[in-house]
Write a protein that binds this ligand. Structure first.
Ligand SMILES: [Ca+2]
Length: 437
């Protein structure tokens, strides 16, 4: 049994050696050449005490050996090396990648303030600068917009209020001045010795402002006189009615035969037209000066073709200057013809501007009342009275463009196809409120 084991072990070792040696040629050569005496370098021997009938430990010594590997093994080595290299590269990349990521994060946190972002920082600063400029511009634009808005509002308010304010202011000033002048007149006429001496003389007054002054000066016949209501303006001629109701009337308008066309322009109505002996419009500038110099009352006389005569008297009458479009101020009605100038709240000629066919200052938004009614007048929207309408010789039909007084007794506008009233004579005249015949 012991011998069998020894044999098996030996054979195994030998087989291993021969198998390997078949591949390792050089080793075999060495064995053949140098170690001929000791042909088998493999030694198998017992170790320690080995008594009979007991198992002995054996030791086998193998010579050092070199194993030749096929060429393919170099490829493996190479591949392994390459793998190692690749591993190193990958690690390097991984590290640098991590660095990159950290840097990116860092940059994000620091908002691009790192060195490689120097150019970016400059650009960024420029952008910031531009952004602040844009926001400043936007703010100032907003401001400007607000200012424009508020100015527009103010302008709207002003345009609404302005004209009325100016008119009221001018009117109140004129009224004050007129009062002052009248007071002075009154004082002088009663207390001033110089005035008394002048008045007692045959030539009582050198300057006649209107027909009342002429009357006071002793001119008591109807006719044409020269007046100068405002020393700063030129004198002009007027027709004076010195006989009706105590005399002293300055006639502003006259209609009696239809000889004068009253369908006229703004300038005609401003300067006056017609013939002082027959039919005329004295002129808005002159009417303004006359009513400005003294508190004036207005008397309107009307006569139709039936011979009916009626009148309307107004205690206060004033026509503003051209700048205020010759606006009419009229109040204090008394008389028999009715107050057609204040007909109702829809037809009221008081405080209305003068309108002519070529200048629309009326309250009628869809057209020109002056053009529609062929005359110049203080039209509302449009009329309840118009003393400058066409002169009809008898009752007429159609557009009521004739001389019109809305409160006339026989006016029957409710009937369709009704005839319109025609007037034979119309006269407008003024006299100072303080006039004593
Ligand atoms: Ca109009």
């Amino acid at each position: 049994m012991k011998k069998l084991i020894q044999l098996v072990l030996f054979k195994t070792a030998l087989l291993a050696f021969t198998n390997v040696s078949a591949l390792a040629d050089e080793a075999i050569e060495d064995v053949k050449e140098g170690k001929a005496i000791d042909a088998c370098p493999i030694k198998l021997k017992t170790v320690g005490n080995c008594e009979e009938g007991e198992e002995c430990p054996y030791q086998i010594n193998l010579p050092p050996m070199t194993i030749q590997l096929p060429k393919q093994f170099r490829l493996i080595e190479k591949t392994l090396k390459e793998v190692q290299n690749l591993k190193a590269v990958v690690n390097k990349l991984k590290n640098s990648c991590q660095d990159c990521k950290l840097q990116a994060d860092d940059n994000q946190e620091k908002d691009s303030t790192e060195l490689p972002a120097k150019n970016i920082q400059i650009a960024d600063n420029r952008i910031k600068e531009l952004q602040s400029k844009v926001s400043k511009l936007s703010a100032s634009l907003k401001n400007a917009k607000n200012q424009i808005h508020s100015l527009t509002g103010q302008l709207e308010k002003m345009s609404l209020i302005n004209m009325n304010n100016v008119e009221n202011y001018v009117d109140s000033k004129v009224a004050n001045l007129t009062n002052v002048v009248n007071n002075l007149d009154d004082r002088c006429s009663s207390k001033c010795p110089v005035m008394q001496s002048i008045q007692s003389s045959p030539v009582t007054q050198l300057v006649q402002r209107d027909c009342a002054d002429h009357y006071a000066a002793g001119n008591k016949r109807n006719g044409i006189y020269r007046v100068i209501p405002d020393p700063k303006n030129n004198s002009f001629e007027v027709y004076c009615d010195m006989e009706s109701m105590g005399g002293g009337w300055t006639v502003l308008q006259m209609r009696q035969d239809g000889s004068i066309n009253f369908n006229r322009t703004w300038n005609d109505y401003k300067n006056g037209f017609g013939n002082l002996s027959t039919e005329f419009w004295l002129g808005n500038d002159k009417i303004h000066l006359l009513t400005k110099s003294k508190d004036m009352q207005l008397r309107i006389e009307l006569e139709d073709f039936n011979g009916i005569r009626q009148y309307a008297k107004y205690d206060q009458f004033y026509v503003a200057n051209e700048y205020l479009k010759f606006r009419l101020s009229i109040s204090g009605y008394s008389g028999t013809a009715g107050d057609a100038l204040h007909f109702n709240k829809h037809y009221n000629h008081d405080q209305k501007f003068f309108t002519t066919p070529d200048k629309d200052n009326d309250k009628y938004p869809s057209g020109n009342c002056g053009a529609y009614y062929s005359s110049g007048w203080w039209f509302d929207k449009c009329l309840s009275a118009n003393l400058n309408g066409k002169y009809y010789y008898k009752k007429y039909k159609g557009v009521r463009d004739g001389i019109f007084w809305g409160t006339w007794q026989s006016v029957s506008d409710d009937l369709p196809n009704s005839y319109r009233q025609a007037f034979k004579q119309v006269k407008m005249m003024i006299r100072p409120k303080a006039f004593v015949p």
